[in-house]
Design a binder for this molecule. Sequence first.
Ligand code: KG4
Ligand code: ZN
Length: 342
Amino acid sequence: MLVLGIETSCDETAAAVIEDGRKVRSDVVASQVLVHAAYGGVVPEVASRQHLATVVPVLRAAVEKAGIGFEQLDGIAVTCGPGLVGALLVGVETAKALGYALGKPVVGVNHLAGHLAAVFLEQPQLPGPPPFPHLALLVSGGHTALFRVGGFGDVRQLGATRDDAAGEAFDKVAKLLGLGYPGGVQIDKLAAAGDATAYQFPRALPGRDDIDFSFSGLKTAVATEIARGAPGPGRPLEDFCASFQAAVVDVLVRKSRRALAREGLGDLVVCGGVAANRGLRAALAKAASEDGFQLFIPTPRLCTDNAAMIGAAGSALLARGVRAGLELSVDPGLSLETLAAG
Ligand code: KG4
Ligand code: ZN
């Protein structure tokens, strides 16, 4: 089964061809980062126009790289939310037009379900697909949550951030430090050369059995330090970034461990853009070997937004007979709970 995945929910125009739900035949991502960097963040109207200009060439490239023609596709999977409404519309309308013209089935995919499915794609560093049930930590620019995943479409949220998402904290702190947009990758790079014990930043760990997150206090602590003149002479930027990153990573690891123990699960899937962070990956690998759980993290390219993960999640839906009609619409606020409905 060959499925074309299409992703346009934010600032990446992406298309991919997935074979049998597992094998990445092609994976094309046209990033708009340089266009938005001038504004210090994603400008929704600019994003929509960029998607319009790039979506068709990106689709053609994905099909060509997969070594097939459009007529060989068995289905089309497209992100229908959550995300920016204008950006989502470009993907969904394109998918419907293509499906209609080719006579192929189309399914709408929840972007978050896509992130959760990234780990089911064949990747050399993974032992194989994770078993069900497993715990999934989703850490992206818009979401930070822990789920118990019993199967495709069987997802229960155990906890989530009460304020900022982890990726948002990375991006806001990077902005405060004048590191530009997007900030997560910059902090990751600088942190690798820094001393994580140089600054003491707070770890918000509300309640003993609680597995919610909170990053707004950390962001305030960082802003206060910066107002006091840090990082400055003798107090390198690398140390500041390493200390901030350690505070985020520490909380993510502790809450994941707590959730694994509470739920009696032995497998942890980590996904979303922040899962590309080297500090987080290293800390989780250490925790996995100490506690004896199995860790599944997609390769960094499949952690950040891409269409291969949408193709993977969509393949599972198509295999179950799910089909969207021409009335398929976008839902910018599509919630985590609707994951349960697929
Ligand atoms: O999943 P994603 O690509 O888009 C959303 O669905 O939000 O996640 C983007 C987020 C951004 O906040 C970005 O700064 C963060 O992931 N990110 C990172 C790294 N790479 C991307 N954060 C920390 N370290 C990284 N290496
Ligand atoms: Zn995402």
